[in-house]
Design a protein around this ligand. Sequence first.
Ligand SMILES: Cc1cc2nc3c(=O)[nH]c(=O)nc-3n(C[C@H](O)[C@H](O)[C@H](O)COP(=O)(O)OP(=O)(O)OC[C@H]3O[C@@H](n4cnc5c(N)ncnc54)[C@H](O)[C@@H]3O)c2cc1C
Length: 461
Amino acid sequence: MTTPFLGRAIIIGGSIGGTLAAAAIADHFREVVLIERDELPTEPVFRKGVPQGAHFHALLAAGRAAMDSLLPGFSDHAFEMGAVRLDSAQDVMRLDRVGWSPRFESGLEFLMASRPLIEKALRDKAAELDGVQYRSGVEVAGLIGADGRVTGVRTTNGEELSADLVIDASGRFSESPTWLQALGYPTPREEVVNAHWGYSSTFLEVPEDWDPGFQALALTAFGDGALTPESASRAMAMWVVEGERRWILTAQGSAGDHPPRTEEKLRDFISSIGVPELDKALSQVTFPEKISMWRDTRSRLRDFAGQPERPECFLAIGDAWMGFNPVYGQGMTAAALEASDLRTELAAHLTERTDELTGLAGRYYAKADALIKYCWTSSNTLDHRIPGVEYTVDGVAQEVDPTSSDFSDRLAAYMALDPERYVRYRETTQLLRSPEWLAGDEIVDAVRERWDELGKAVVPR
Ligand SMILES: Cc1cc2nc3c(=O)[nH]c(=O)nc-3n(C[C@H](O)[C@H](O)[C@H](O)COP(=O)(O)OP(=O)(O)OC[C@H]3O[C@@H](n4cnc5c(N)ncnc54)[C@H](O)[C@@H]3O)c2cc1C
């Protein structure tokens, strides 16, 4: 523990990105104030400022590891609260474009929980840190700036709060670009990819001692790899979230083929995917809770890292920087890895300058940008093959290459041929391992040599 010598940091948003940012900087500030417009609940329950909390949230292994590093004891606390441990290969039945994933004891553990539980477990841990406080029920309305830096925030009730550092963690609908513009700065370049995915989700009650043959099921064989013609635009996932009998189910439909809201129609939608194990499992469960919908699944990258001109002492994290198409499950993990980079860069900055934070935002963006761009490219590659996908830069339509995933599809098929290689690959897709080895000559040559053979694994079933 270092002695804090910076004054106050303000974080806009007390959700996952904000909480992890607080953990990243708390050692160096006397006070870290998270301003959250919702009244934060004392239980792990849905709240209106995070409407996505009603939908399934996969936590990638790298995200969990980063959360445990930023907030030691997070996983243990989440398990005490009811989160469940699964083996990422043994317990998960997974169908994607290259077929059914192998099932074996992989040793790679998943933490499964609802979004509200993950957020609450993180917040409990952050609240134990010296100087960290949540001010809930307060909404930020804009930034205050002077002399090339952001110096504080203004709230909707007219209060002005000064800060040495302001972090925007206000999520995918962040108003930072407008707030920066009001201070005279250009808005960051904005890229948007919209494959018109929609979600319908609900929690399930399952029978006592239920064993459907999996503890998690993820079906993403959309496109040519779909099992039935009507499900070419469809995907779904279901898994145990808390305790033994509470499961979450999410159905997803792309290209505007959105899953419905009523139970009967939702069951039909899911059944169209054509997996008998799923049909059998669904016949044994009830839908006691309401069905929630989500329609705005655009991936949006605000290129803060590439901004030619930006104020000092202000930075964005989590969905405020890049809001992902949630289908690829990267958002919480990206926020955690960005927070880790922030912690590293702040500590390094303070070894060079102890009096102020000029340059911090630039070095943080430079460090975290590689990860952001990797996640951006990997999810967009998959979305680009969806019929009707729209890609814009600053509102201007761009060309899309629908064949951009041909290599990555074959790569996935190649990886599944060998269990050891497959575990390494899973570690990479879980962002635990750098993706660089996938671009090495050995792998690329092996895939190119078997191009047609591997292609058969991904062409229409
Ligand atoms: C349908 C859906 C499914 C998803 N599934 C996954 C998944 O499987 N895996 C995964 O890793 N990620 C998933 N995500 C993404 C994930 O929810 C986010 O990446 C993650 O919550 C981190 O977000 P955040 O903290 O940046 O923003 P959020 O969680 O959205 O939080 C923003 C916070 O800021 C507050 N706020 C906003 N404006 C203001 C203001 N002006 N003043 C004060 N407070 C403000 C809000 O109330 C909220 O608490 C999904 C997202 C959606 C939409």
